[in-house]
Design a protein around this ligand. Sequence first.
Ligand SMILES: [Fe+2]
Ligand SMILES: [Fe+2]
Length: 187
Amino acid sequence: MNIDFFKKELSDVLSKKRYEHSIRVLETSLSLGKIYNADLNKIALASLLHDYAKEFTREKLLKISKEHFKDETKDYLTNVEILHSYVASYIAKEKFKIDDDEILNAIKFHTTGRKNMSLIEKIVYIADAIEPKRDYPHVEKIRDLALVDLNKAILLEVNKKIEYLIKGDYIIHVNSIEMRNWLLKIS
Ligand SMILES: [Fe+2]
Ligand SMILES: [Fe+2]
């Protein structure tokens, strides 16, 4: 895989701040990938592209979501924060011709998570939440846990995220609830 090609593509559509976040997610997920023996090529691609659509206009996000993820996104159309993940997986498939479901799903579910996530999905999800510039209550604990137990790290992260969403009166995606219940059962 040509990492430099994707870095250039990314820098064309993202602000410096978001581009640098993506590179930190790449680095974080690669170090986790080494710990957990995951496919580093898949992780690199999913990490680089996970926020590709983050700065698309609201109109563009809505258009692609309604056209290509109608059922999955119909209850979340007011929430651009969730839509950018679906749209990035669409771009990965259509523009960059990535047809590996593990990569596409790691991109698609990086914001909400979901039950029965693959190792690649888990790594990209948690790397996004713990990259070195992330700063929120308990992030240190989540970072430490990620080095030894991905499930426990994600469970703590999603618990804290749900608390935050409730406090702010924000919508909670059903995938996040299902992921939490699944992790409670298996971890
Ligand atoms: Fe994102
Ligand atoms: Fe991100």
